[in-house]
Ligand binder design. Structure first.
Ligand SMILES: Nc1nc2cc(Br)ccc2s1
Length: 243
């Protein structure tokens, strides 16, 4: 997978080259290129924004600059293997399911907005020619899309084959079965008078699996009842319903 990010703050994306993601790049599992939007300006001030039509606070990012940048980064949009992703608080929710969907993309191109966002005609223009996703990472407003890109790239790349040491980790994620993950424990057996639940040391794998499922159901019911409600009818068996 090739990932391109267009931003006015390229250094914000430096964490993409650290740790797990950095190793995925070094191993050739992904390619990452970060582009400075100002490279496509032609004025001495390298202007990337202007006042909003209709008035209102803040500034809007100019369509011309974005158009030149995305044309250059995406290349010919006919039959482009790329998806254009625009992080925005006004977007569809980014979910584990969407992360999984994006793992099949040959290319992801992220457009990082700042200020009051990017002139809508940029999305409208490219949406006529390729898949465009306006995506939110949560119901809060950041100062720009760069942090959202870090979140989404990590969520997607960790799902790619070979990136995680143990593929079971991704398969048993929170949300992988529609539930939140239950609690996890490691040594010591007792820490500050708090013991590890005995079942986890029993060696009875069936009992451990049942216990973990019960804790996941309890946690989901407590913290995210909406996820429980969204489960397909056959997702819970009789033992689940007894929790
Ligand atoms: N939650 C989010 N807030 C923002 C703000 C800007 Br400005 C651009 C993208 C995003 S995604």
């Amino acid at each position: 997978m090739r990932i391109d990010v267009v931003t006015i703050f390229p250094s914000y994306l430096a964490p993409l080259r650290e740790a797990l993601l950095g190793r995925a790049i070094d191993r050739g599992l992904i390619e990452v290129a970060v582009h400075d939007l100002r490279d496509w300006t032609h004025d001495v001030h390298q202007a990337v924004d202007d006042s909003p039509y209709g008035g209102g606070p803040g500034m809007v990012m100019k369509p011309q600059v974005w158009g030149e940048a995305l044309d250059s980064v995406i290349g010919p949009v006919i039959d482009s293997p790329a998806r254009l992703v625009v992080p925005t608080p006004a977007g569809r929710p980014f979910t584990q399911q969407l992360a999984h969907e994006w793992t099949s993309a040959e290319r992801l191109v992220f457009a990082c907005g700042r200020y009051e966002g990017i002139d809508q005609r940029v999305v409208d223009h490219y949406a006529q020619r390729m898949p465009v996703d306006e995506v939110s990472i949560g119901d809060y407003v950041l100062v720009g899309g760069e942090v959202a890109v870090l979140v989404m790239v990590e969520a997607v790349v960790r799902l790619l084959p070979g990136v995680l040491g143990n593929p079971r980790s991704a398969a048993e994620d929170s949300f992988s079965d529609g539930l939140l993950e239950g609690p996890a424990y490691t040594r010591p057996e007792v820490w500050r008078d708090l013991p590890v639940p005995p079942v986890l040391r029993s060696g009875d794998h069936a009992a451990v699996d049942r216990w973990r499922r019960d804790r996941a159901l309890e946690r989901t019911a407590r913290l995210r009842p909406d996820l429980l409600a969204a489960l397909p009818p056959d997702a819970l068996d009789e033992a689940d319903r007894a929790v």
